[in-house]
Design a protein around this ligand. Structure first.
Ligand SMILES: Cc1cc2nc3c(=O)[nH]c(=O)nc-3n(C[C@H](O)[C@H](O)[C@H](O)COP(=O)(O)OP(=O)(O)OC[C@H]3O[C@@H](n4cnc5c(N)ncnc54)[C@H](O)[C@@H]3O)c2cc1C
Length: 359
């Protein structure tokens, strides 16, 4: 990370992308989808290996969407794909030759995922897809997008009419548009358009009508990966702010010697410790195969909000320098804003927890 990534972060932010070679490089090191079976090009490592990679990438200051690719999207192919689909796509996911996106959100359906309208109509041995997706991470660069489509508009309840279909990047009728955004500048986020986009019916992942259920099944790990990113970013920002506060002198002493600042740092350090203890327990439980849906929803919203409080106070400790891009805190401040939104908003997490608590 120090050699291949950190020296280029600013350049990639300016260019609004990371070179494709970095993905290949990550793949060569075994850092992409490490948990995938060796038969499909992975190393058969445990989820703990993914945790380390995700944490180290964030702590290095990178916003490369490795966690999304490896630990959020590839599992759909691994769990619901046929043997043929796995042999076709997983080796490329591990090597960095196939970059993944997952397309659920639509302009009029985000939190309310059951309201998606993108349709996939079966026509012989193909599906014809029409519709639009938005806010899709890796959308521009993806070689393969897992797209949530409505295959049965009459299904009752409506969520049983949703299916997941893999769409290859070069499929005619599939186009994309890059979105400008607040942060995560070196990671692309896009709108996807499907106009009479014909894909082989064999690209259906799992069973027709099971898409919504599959999405729900994989959200536990998605939210855990999100919480891991939030925690790692909070730890990195605090460490930078402590170092800065000890060296920046005002009124004849380091700013860390002012009790207000020392207390602020202590408060953040305490909350970050709480987040770490909670998260490590959840990671262990997830690896042990336990159901952590309620607790991971708690971690996702609480650590997601925490990292934003930490960003605010750490930037404040940097004074004017904190507002300048030459200090990483300014980029972290922008980048972490999405932690309370993507992968389910703070409010949606609370809705889930309330439901689980029978409220
Ligand atoms: C940087 C970024 C990357 C993303 N990447 C992807 C991706 O790769 N793939 C993908 O499919 N999507 C992606 N998303 C979309 C993301 O998952 C949605 O933005 C998110 O689920 C919220 O949906 P929405 O934007 O439509 O907001 P809305 O659902 O319109 O919500 C607006 C506000 O209303 C609140 N709200 C909604 N329902 C309730 C409720 N029942 N109770 C209380 N409050 C409620 C929300 O919490 C929010 O504050 C990404 C988003 C961002 C910002």
């Amino acid at each position: 990370m120090e050699k291949e990534i950190v020296p280029h972060l600013e350049e990639w932010e300016e260019e609004r992308d990371v070179p494709r070679g970095i993905w290949k490089n990550l793949g060569d090191q075994g850092y992409l989808c490490p948990w995938v079976d060796e038969k499909y090009g992975g190393t058969g490592a445990g989820f703990e290996y993914s945790v380390i990679i995700n944490e180290e990438l964030v702590k290095a200051g990178s916003s490369i969407s490795v966690g999304l690719h490896s630990d959020i999207i590839a599992p759909y192919i691994n769990s619901y794909g046929t043997e043929e689909q796995k042999m076709k796509w997983l080796p490329g996911c591990c090597s960095g030759d196939i970059l993944l996106a997952v397309a659920m959100t639509e302009p009029n359906a985000g939190s309310d995922l059951q309201a998606i309208k993108t349709s996939a109509v079966r026509d012989g041995d193909t599906y014809i897809i029409n519709g639009q997706k938005t806010f899709i991470s890796n959308g521009m660069n993806a070689d393969l997008a897992v797209v949530a489509c409505r295959t049965n508009p009459k299904a009752d309840p409506p969520y049983t009419g949703i299916s997941l279909i893999a769409v290859e990047g070069n499929t005619p009728g599939f186009s994309r548009n890059r979105l400008k955004k607040l942060g995560l500048h070196s990671q692309d986020t896009a709108e996807l358009y499907f106009e009479d986009c014909r894909v082989p019916a064999s690209n259906l992942l799992g069973q027709e009508g099971m898409g919504f259920v599959y999405l729900m099944q994989k959200l536990q790990q998605e939210r855990l990966v999100s919480a891991i990113g939030s925690q790692a970013a909070a730890e990195r920002m605090l460490s930078d702010a402590v170092e800065y506060s000890k060296s920046r002198v005002a009124f004849g002493r380091p700013i860390s010697k002012f009790q207000h600042n020392a207390f602020k740092i202590v408060e953040m350090a305490t909350e970050i410790e709480l987040g770490r203890a909670f998260l490590d327990k959840l990671v262990a439980d997830h690896i042990a195969g336990k159901d952590i849906v309620t607790k991971v929803s708690m971690a996702k919203w609480w650590i997601g909000e925490l990292v934003n409080r930490v960003a605010y106070h750490c930037l404040q400790l940097h004074g004017g320098y904190g507002y300048m891009d030459e200090y990483p805190i300014s980029r972290f401040y922008r980048d972490v804003r999405m932690h309370t939104i993507a992968a389910g908003t703070t409010e949606v997490m609370k809705v889930i927890i309330a439901r689980q608590m029978g409220l």
